[in-house]
Ligand binder design. Sequence first.
Ligand SMILES: Nc1nc2c(ncn2[C@@H]2O[C@H](COP(=O)(O)OP(=O)(O)OP(=O)(O)O)[C@@H](O)[C@H]2O)c(=O)[nH]1
Ligand SMILES: [Mg+2]
Length: 285
Amino acid sequence: MSHIHWYPGHIAKAQRQLKEKLNLVDVIIEVVDARIPYASWYKNTNELCPNKPRLILMNKSDVSDEEYNKLWKKTLEKLSKCDVLITNLDNKNDINIIINKVISLSDEIMKKRVEKGLLPRPTRTMVIGMPNVGKSSTINRLVKRAKTKTGAKAGVTRQQQWVRINDKIELLDTPGIIPTVQPDQAQALKLAMVNSIGENAYDSEYVARELLAILDKLYLKEVRKYYEFDENEELSLENVAIKRRWILKGETPDIKRTSQIVLSTFREGKIGKFTLDRAEEYSLV
Ligand SMILES: Nc1nc2c(ncn2[C@@H]2O[C@H](COP(=O)(O)OP(=O)(O)OP(=O)(O)O)[C@@H](O)[C@H]2O)c(=O)[nH]1
Ligand SMILES: [Mg+2]
């Protein structure tokens, strides 16, 4: 039995739309969630769009584990053969670094254009990523640097616009959404944990239980401190509910409410700065 459900029709459509957009750009900026850098990374970009330079942003690094940020950066660089930057909403330096990277990644393409006798033009880029990883926030941060909005161009639907970030870069103002199709249930489960999958595709109680179990395995000390459990107590949804007095009439633990709170406090980084992916579990080391 699989616990996370997909909608094949939606996925095919999303994939088609992504491909159309990718055709328009020179350099792809892919945002992943630093708490699950592997599970939220799109492994098929080369099939959709062969050989386009890609920059990967491990975003939300403010709520992920610093040590694993560094490890995953190296691992993703090796696997993707792309540059990887560690970013978060509050780090103002990110934007200049991203801009400079995009320019350097398009150097060769622009040289080739000139060699072919084509006019030089700004590098076109766009932000792609799975739901909720921080695509819109990244676009907004980049656009804040923009001087002018350029008009819609042929081949681009009217809702989309290119924004001139500086003399050298134009950014598509809407992101490309990577359909969260993960044949691997373990990866899908992690996407649900970080809120990258629509809530009607899974059961919150199941995901919250699995989250508690994973945190108790990887970050035992921190999660038990947060919920005030000593090492002999069983860290279960029921016991958290009882300890926090999230109970219904007749002393029944309110599992629904507890599940929601466990998930939201984790997602907000309140329990701690955690990374849920380990290279070993994907046989990457
Ligand atoms: N802690 C933290 N939260 C972030 C960061 N970037 C974005 N967020 C939050 O994550 C949520 C999703 O961010 P968006 O930028 O809307 O993500 P998106 O990829 O455009 O999401 P969709 O449009 O739903 O696919 C928002 O609540 C943001 O405030 C970050 O670097 N750190
Ligand atoms: Mg968005």
